[in-house]
Design a protein. Structure first.
Length: 107
């Protein structure tokens, strides 16, 4: 087998799973690099959600974004989930995701 890939390894290996998402979100970027999209979405909406979540995966990979049960961390700053309007386009990590993708209804 003479199959070889050369660096940079920028192939798009992001696995996307269509599933039921517990908290009612339409899409989710996971810390392990996978993306979940809601099984309730129309196929044409799925693509823009995946693009959006890919931005979050990129933010996680480059170390700007992290999260746990309690809070979201952006560039070292803690945003407690209780006080946050999750998915709001005004949040810094969402702002970037919305800027880099096509417009669609708030997620
Ligand atoms: Zn988002």
């Amino acid at each position: 087998m003479a199959f070889k890939i050369n660096p940079p390894y920028d192939l798009d290996w992001t696995p996307v799973y269509t599933t039921k998402i517990e908290d009612g979100a339409l899409g989710k970027g996971n810390k392990n690099g996978t993306i979940l999209v809601s099984d309730e979405l129309h196929p044409e909406d799925k693509e823009s959600i995946v693009e959006h979540e890919k931005v979050h995966i990129d933010q996680i990979k480059r170390g700007d974004l992290d999260y746990d049960e309690e809070a979201v961390y952006w560039k070292g700053k803690k945003y407690p989930r209780g006080k946050m309007d999750e998915g709001s386009p005004t949040l810094p990590w969402e702002k970037e995701a919305y800027n880099k993708t096509d417009d669609y209804e708030s997620l």
